[in-house]
Design a protein around this ligand. Structure first.
Ligand code: ADP
Ligand code: ZN
Length: 529
């Protein structure tokens, strides 16, 4: 590669200065690079933006031969190769987007030992042709990027990754480095097992992003709440707003533009040119807000994103962490803001019930959602909970909403019993099922047309919950759903009991709840929905 001196730390440092123009290594980069340069295997867990790329790019430059990088992000390969080429690194890629001539040129360069780095899509490696190609050239290392894709029940599972265990069998002398930004201890262990990284050194970076302020607020009027966040704290800042559906992306972007904010939509349903144009405006100009589905962002590296806002609940803590992690990569203060409400729980549970795959898969999705819900409902420091999810411990941070305005908890057992027994009575005595709105009206003793139509004012539970506001009752429903002590069913979001409900009704289980912090005004606003 670049130098013919013996591969050691000075080489690595020289490459860092000369090729990449950086003064010093970050975090554990140096140790990781030394391990791989010396021919050892490594498993690297480092948060997004932590600087994983250098951990294999530098060893590839220091060691003889070509570093082969396996990455599922085909769309980004061209960009990565262009960026490296601009630095004077000899890089190429092989994937399905190329014509045979382009492919051949890259293969020739590899065989002539004229490449420092070769990016490969995982499915390429399965072909005998590619394997023979690698045999004929000189591979300096294998880097397995986004290694969590090998975890079978993870949210990014790629079957092609399972075949990567073959790397070690076929090329036992070539060092391997697996890298990921998403790893709970379980995923971590699964990566090591599935890739056969038995002798690998593990490098686990802290997942803490101290400059990001985490906030999770009750959702009542999300567009208005978002606008207020932008206007009061992030006027003119670059930001990303995540929505679950393409239609809400369009709607939200249009709303922000109407309000004079420089916002652009981004989702997989848009035509490729418009999407690319929006992405490039976001990357190159100052203060652009991208409203996007989660399709946006994998591999996006913009240092000065000042806020990431979620208008819908992420499906997992991994997803939340990765998406919020796009904020504040420059280390300056940034905000991760999520608006979360009852409807999110209903919607996500419905998505899981209707999802493809077997029962095990659904159970795994539900477990991921439960962890996310627990993070939303916690009265503890968000950061402590977030890091605990990744198996790391921390002290309360002083830079999250629960640290800044301590959330109170209250004993919601009696309220839960009132609510659950209303659901139970309606089902048992009337063979009726209703959504949260009607159940809450009954508890509060509201003589609405619907109450009269269904004789609900005759129920013994009618009005037993007049002591709590609508927002508070919605909080009770949301938290019971989050805890699995209540469930939703069907297209109308009707409430039904679960096995756990009986324990609460029978007084065998206490329910501690997070106090609602919504102002009274939003409580009134919600009562119609
Ligand atoms: P990851 O792949 O972990 O998300 P990247 O490898 O893309 O992170 O690095 C994130 C950013 O940090 C990039 O802009 C990269 O150039 C920069 N970076 C990485 N290592 C260093 C370093 N030692 N000094 C300065 N900047 C660095
Ligand atoms: Zn905190």
């Amino acid at each position: 590669a670049l130098t013919d001196a013996s591969p050691d730390t000075t080489d690595a440092l020289r490459v860092l200065h000369r090729v990449f123009g950086y003064g010093s290594f970050r975090g554990e980069q140096q140790e990781i690079i030394e391990q791989v340069v010396a021919g050892g295997d490594a498993l690297v867990l480092m948060p997004t933006g932590g600087g994983k790329s250098l951990c294999y790019q530098i060893p590839a430059l220091v060691r003889d031969g070509t570093g082969v990088v396996i990455s599922p992000l085909i769309a980004l390969m061209q960009d990565q190769v262009d960026a490296l080429t601009a630095l004077g690194v000899r890089a190429g890629f092989l994937n399905s987007t190329q014509d045979p001539y382009e492919r051949q040129a890259v293969e020739q360069a590899f065989l002539a030992d004229e490449l420092d780095l070769l990016y490969l899509a995982p499915e390429r490696l399965r072909t005998e042709g590619t394997q023979r190609l690698l045999d004929r050239g000189k591979v300096s290392l294998f880097a397995i990027d986004e290694a969590h894709c090998v975890a079978q029940w993870g949210h990014d599972f790629r079957p092609d990754y399972l075949a990567l265990s073959m790397l070690h069998e076929r090329w036992p002398k070539v060092p391997r480095i697996a890298l990921t930004a998403t790893a709970t201890e379980a995923t971590h262990a699964e990566i090591a097992t599935r890739l056969g990284l038995t002798d690998a050194r593990h490098f686990v970076a802290s997942f803490d992003r101290p400059n990001i302020q985490y906030r999770i607020v009750p959702k009542n009027n999300p567009l208005k709440q978002l606008l207020e966040l932008i206007r009061t704290e992030h006027d003119g800042d670059a930001g990303v707003v995540y929505c679950l559906s393409r239609s809400s992306v369009e709607k939200t972007a249009a709303f922000l533009v109407e309000q004079g904010i420089d916002a652009v939509p981004y989702h997989a349903g848009m035509d490729a040119a418009a999407r690319a144009a929006n992405q490039s405006r976001f990357l190159r100009e100052d203060g652009v807000v991208v409203v996007a589905t989660i399709a946006f962002g994998m591999g996006i590296d913009k240092p000065d994103v000042r806020f990431v806002a979620h208008l819908d609940l992420p499906k997992s803590v991994e997803g939340y962490y990765q998406e919020t992690g796009r904020a504040g990569r420059d280390g300056e203060p940034a905000t991760a803001w999520l608006a979360y409400g009852l409807q999110d729980v209903v919607q996500q549970r419905k998505l899981i019930d209707g999802s493809e795959g077997d029962e095990t898969h659904r159970r795994s999705l539900a477990a991921h959602l439960d962890a996310m819900l627990a993070l939303c409902e916690t009265v503890d420091c968000r950061r402590v909970r977030l890091l605990a999810y990744f198996g790391q411990s921390a002290e309360p941070c002083g830079n999250c909403d629960t640290c800044l305005t301590p959330a109170e908890s209250w004993d919601g057992t009696v309220a839960a019993q009132k609510l659950l027994s209303t659901v139970w009575r309606l089902a048992r005595e009337r063979r009726q099922k209703f959504g949260a709105g009607q159940i809450i009206d009954i508890l509060q003793g509201k003589k609405t047309a619907k109450a009269i139509q269904f004789d609900h004012d005759q129920l013994s539970v009618f009005g037993v919950g007049a002591d709590l506001s609508t927002a508070e009752w919605r909080g009770v429903v949301r938290q019971l759903l989050a805890l699995g002590l209540l469930a939703v069913e069907g297209d109308y979001g009707t409430l039904v009991l679960t096995d756990g409900s009986g324990e609460v009704l029978g007084g065998r289980r206490q329910v501690s709840m997070r106090k609602e912090t919504a102002p009274a005004r939003s409580a009134r606003k919600e009562s119609g929905s």
